[in-house]
Ligand binder design. Structure first.
Ligand code: ADP
Ligand code: MG
Length: 227
């Protein structure tokens, strides 16, 4: 379970203060599928980064599976992030000089898995995401859809409980975007909590729950009756 209580985040640029999150309260249960929507600059990425332990709030409490994240130091947070959280970005964030297989292997290296386990998981993963014949290619030799599938493979290789996707289809054509969404929804059906930021209302409606953010706050939060 993800629990945000009274979370605020202010960025200071020069002498201007930007209130990216204002007293946000949010609870998300294990296995939920949540779409986060709202205009550009409304705090969607800031909230996702906070949940993904890529950033810290200025005030408030964030607890994950009952544990207060705000009390942990950076190295403990990194450790939890590696094991519990997978992140997927609009622009993929793959390591350009590494092959698809090496990108997928990276989180397992960081987590200290042995060579045999890494190889086993990597082979299973490239197969599952339809990348078997692309494993030796670098990101610049892959299509957008393939790059995002590598990114999903990398994000899930440590078997996280939570997947955070920040506009995962924002840089893809309709067909590749649809494939990526199908993969994410399939992972969610295996009880991985899925939080997805999207600009696309049609995609947003596919989620069982939609959160609309405006100006650093959650304006509406509703569960779709049809699911
Ligand atoms: P969204 O993802 O909804 O477009 P963001 O969470 O990226 O919005 O940003 C929310 C607000 O915080 C925006 O006004 C943005 O300019 C500001 N902001 C986000 N990250 C930073 C940062 N690292 N430094 C300064 N301002 C930031
Ligand atoms: Mg954003």
């Amino acid at each position: 379970m993800i629990q945000l209580e009274n979370i605020s985040k202010v960025f200071t640029v020069g002498d201007e203060k930007v209130h990216a999150l204002r007293n946000v309260d949010l609870t998300i249960d294990t296995g939920e599928y949540v779409a986060i929507m709202g205009p550009s600059g409304s705090g969607k990425s800031t909230m996702l980064n906070m949940i993904g332990l890529l950033d810290r709030p200025d005030s408030g409490v964030y607890s994950l599976e009952g544990q207060d994240m705000t009390a942990l130091d950076d190295s403990r947070q990194a450790e939890l992030r590696r094991h519990k959280i997978g992140f997927i970005f609009q622009f993929f964030h793959l390591v350009p000089r590494m092959t698809a297989a090496e990108n997928i292997e990276l989180p397992m290296m960081l987590a200290g898995l042995d060579t045999r386990e890494r190889k086993k998981r990597m082979e299973r993963s490239v197969e599952a995401f339809g990348l078997a014949d692309r494993a030796g290619h670098r990101p610049d030799q892959l299509s957008g859809g393939q790059r995002q599938r590598v990114a999903i493979a990398r994000a899930t290789i440590m078997q996280p409980h939570i997947l955070l996707a920040d506009e995962p289809t924002g840089n893809l054509d309709r067909v590749s975007g649809g494939e990526v969404i199908n993969i994410l929804e399939e992972l969610n059906s295996q009880n991985i909590t899925l939080l997805m930021v999207t600009h696309d209302p049609e995609l947003g409606r596919r989620a069982r729950r939609q959160i609309h953010m405006v100006d650093g706050q959650i304006e509406t939060d509703n569960s779709s009756p049809t699911g």
